[in-house]
Design a protein. Structure first.
Ligand code: NAD
Length: 352
């Protein structure tokens, strides 16, 4: 299988690229604009593999996307490129509308043109997998789970732009017959996550003995999934998922933000004790995010039942692995802090 991954220099996309290369994919092309969130250092493990190619391009640039389809001739598209940080969407929603909506539209148009030109066998086998979030469903109260039937009720500019992109994908399936599949996943954590997100920010600030900011009183609940479990779900859906379906992906693993931060502090106390007291002393409650959704939780029984997927990582061990990874890879995040990661080069380009 030849797989085109958009956003493959990001947190989840790079985990998918690593998983596909180790699973024996024939050829991958990562197409990524390299925004602030794209980091070629996250692809170092696969960059030397002859089956791996990289192309720097904006998914909103329709001619560039069309050229990538024509040159690479993918069997599967895994569309992960997006603006992904809720706080940034509150401060500057325009980039979210542009990439998540206009960019997904450009991807669908290019995929449709390409798919219509394929011979019957390849057209039947082609898949466009759109990777989305559980945030499209809005907020839950203290009970209940999001299922594939839950109505969309996005609350932030980020989740609204992702909800819109999910609807575009659905429409291209229903209107034009493009063989699409959608996944909606809960919060991911693990290696190579940009240090603006809760878990890496907490770890890195703890290393640097800076305050550990927690919104409100830290009561918001998220369902956490280790990024490699998400990558495994996506490669499984790409191979065996049913066209036109959506699959919810989640860890059955709900944690209050404050409990996550305290768990990281306790791991830091174990791995790298501070001279002056425990890491919990660094926790600083800050003004809550506007419109902060109280609780997200996923019912993943459909993907478990129909495709046999199960998360392999327990949160306690996954979190310990993640803390270890950031402690063992300071070059990765220090290059982000200094801005030097923008100059990273892979030395590979798209095969023509
Ligand atoms: P990320 O921000 O780490 O990476 C996004 C990648 O997309 C970056 O490499 C960036 O350079 C690239 N990109 C952004 N705009 C682009 C454009 N216009 N053209 C080409 N490339 C562009 O994001 P992530 O956390 O890896 O999330 C990946 C996908 O998974 C997103 O679609 C996100 O909505 C979804 N998702 C994320 C989570 C999570 O917890 N992180 C959970 C569920 C779903």
């Amino acid at each position: 299988m030849k797989i085109l991954i958009t956003g493959g220099a990001g947190f989840i996309g790079s985990a998918v690229a690593r998983a596909l290369i180790s699973e024996g994919a024939d050829h991958l092309l990562v197409l990524d604009k390299l925004t602030y969130a794209g980091n070629l250092a996250s692809l170092r493990a696969v960059a030397g593999d002859p089956r791996f190619s990289f192309e720097q391009a904006d998914i909103c640039d329709r001619p560039a996307v069309a050229r990538a389809f024509a040159a690479f001739e993918p069997d599967v598209v895994m569309h992960l490129a997006a603006e992904s940080h809720v706080d940034r969407s509150i401060d500057g929603p325009a980039a979210f509308i542009e990439t998540n909506l206009v960019g997904t539209f450009a991807m669908l148009e290019a995929a449709l043109d390409y798919w219509r030109g394929l011979d019957e066998d390849r057209a039947r086998a082609f898949r466009f997998l759109h990777i989305s979030t559980d945030e499209v469903f809005g907020a839950l109260g203290e009970t209940g789970l999001f299922t594939e039937e839950t109505s969309y009720a996005p609350n932030s500019p980020y989740s609204a732009s992702k909800a819109g992109s999910d609807h575009l994908v659905r429409a291209w399936r229903h209107t034009y017959g493009l063989p699409t599949i959608v996944t909606n996943c809960s919060n991911n954590y693990g290696p190579c996550q940009f240090p603006e997100k809760l878990i890496p920010l907490t770890i890195i600030n703890a290393v640097e003995e800076k305050p550990l900011p927690v919104y409100g009183r830290g009561e918001n609940i998220r369902d956490w999934l280790y990024v490699e479990d998400h990558a495994a779900a996506l490669t499984l859906v790409a191979r065996r998922g049913a066209v036109g379906e959506t699959y919810n992906v989640g860890g059955r693993n709900e944690w209050r933000n404050i409990d996550v931060v305290e768990a990281i502090c306790d791991l830091m106390d174990e791995f790298r004790p501070r001279r002056a007291g425990g890491h919990r002393d660094l926790i600083a409650f800050v003004e809550d995010r506007p419109g902060h959704d109280l609780r997200y939780a996923i019912d993943a029984s459909k993907i478990e039942r129909e495709l046999g997927w199960r998360p392999l990582e327990r949160f306690e061990s996954g979190l310990a692995k993640t803390v270890r990874w950031y402690l063992d890879n300071p070059d990765w995040w220090r290059a982000i802090r200094s801005g030097a990661y923008r100059g990273e080069r892979l030395g590979v380009v798209a095969a023509r």
